[in-house]
Design a protein around this ligand. Structure first.
Ligand code: TRP
Length: 356
């Protein structure tokens, strides 16, 4: 049957998504690399994902296919993918209230990435700053085609699910712009197929800095002394906070010239829900030592129940398997529907069809 070209959808509405849920759809992903998630991942991203589960039709996934764009160890990837799902659940993602899945369990991601790659200009992909940065760090010529294609795969992740909004950090803005361009391009060439996603800017988003170098964002790629991992034990947490770089003087006050103290205040404020001004008043006469001890205590108190849940989730292997299977099924239902339309749109011959 010939495919009737349909008119492109309006920006915020999907082409013809069945109106099963009136909630806007959000989608985001977090890589399974490294030791585990850190406080910056949680306070800057995952905490918002958790809060969005009820008001949005939320899709969250672990992009293991993105993780192989740089050299990796298969056994570690396998273990980390599982642990990442468990850790996201321990942090509050609830598979009963969101669609939680592993990217490679839904092969449509790769299939759509191929199609989108064919409407992406080489020059356009070459302008992606994250690729340029990463490529510059590897040996000359050693950066892979997969790494080059990373943003196109990310666009596929988003467009497959007809996401309305995508919560991402600043470093992913350019990838989201590319995604929007590709969605509009596909829609105008082949008929309205994709929702054009908008960035989601959360009302409260904490930007957590490295404890050893508060001028930089907390990151898994920085030395562990400055990065607070959710799975750190109490002793390690206390040590990291105690040795956190502070500023000269002894006033506990948020100020531009006091980035170290400001960062710790920010952490304590987001963990306890207390305002910065309130905290400044509390610690007005106490000096850095007592303040740091309280930050460490708040962190220990915060991670303890999360670590317990994490261990319980990982220990229940069958339970975790069931979560993965159910998540893959829910995701596939949506992805397969989009891919059917994409295949028809670009003109792939349906199997067993004599017309078209
Ligand atoms: N590139 C993202 C990051 O490093 C992870 C990611 C992959 C993602 N696919 C996505 C985020 C789709 C949002 C939507 O943070």
């Amino acid at each position: 049957m010939p495919v009737e070209p349909t008119s492109p959808p309006t920006e915020s509405k999907s082409a013809d998504r069945p109106v099963l849920s009136p909630k806007p759809r959000v989608l985001s992903g977090i890589q399974p690399t490294g030791i585990g998630f850190h406080l910056g991942n949680y306070l800057g991203a995952v905490r918002n994902w958790v809060a969005m589960q009820d008001d949005f039709d939320a899709f969250y996934f672990v992009p293991d296919m993105h993780a192989i764009t740089v050299p990796h160890d298969p056994a570690t990837l396998r273990r980390r993918t599982r642990e990442s799902i468990a850790e996201l659940m321990a942090l509050g993602l609830d598979p009963a209230r969101c669609t939680l899945f592993v990217q490679s369990h839904v092969p449509e991601h790769a299939e759509l990435a191929w199609v989108l790659g064919c409407i992406t200009a080489y020059g356009e992909a070459s302008r992606m700053t994250q690729f340029k940065d990463k490529a510059a760090r590897s040996e000359l010529g050693a950066a892979t085609v997969g790494l080059f294609n990373y943003p196109v795969l990310q666009a596929a992740d988003i467009l497959l699910y007809q996401a309305d909004q995508v919560p991402v950090g600043d470093d992913q803005r350019q990838h989201l712009e590319l995604t929007r361009d590709l969605a509009k391009r596909f829609n105008s060439r082949f008929g309205g197929t994709f929702t054009v996603p908008a960035p989601y800017i959360p009302a409260r988003s904490a930007r957590i800095a490295d404890l050893q170098d508060p001028s930089r964002k907390m990151s898994k790629s920085r030395p562990p002394a400055g990065t607070v991992y959710i799975q750190d034990d109490p002793k390690a947490l206390a040590k990291k906070v105690r040795s956190a770089v502070t500023d000269t003087g002894r006033e506990v006050r948020a100020a531009e010239e006091k980035p170290g103290i400001s960062n710790l205040l920010n952490i304590l404020s987001t963990l306890t829900g207390r305002g910065i001004v309130d905290l400044e008043a509390t610690y007005a006469d106490s000096g850095y030592g007592a303040f740091k001890a309280d930050v460490a205590a708040a962190l220990v108190e915060f991670v303890a129940p999360i670590q317990q849940r994490y261990r319980d989730i990982l220990a229940d292997e069958a339970g975790l398997d069931a979560v993965l299977v159910a998540g893959a099924a829910k995701a596939t239902a949506v992805a397969a529907d989009t891919m059917r339309r994409v295949r028809a749109g670009v003109g792939f011959l349906p199997l067993g069809s004599r017309s078209g």
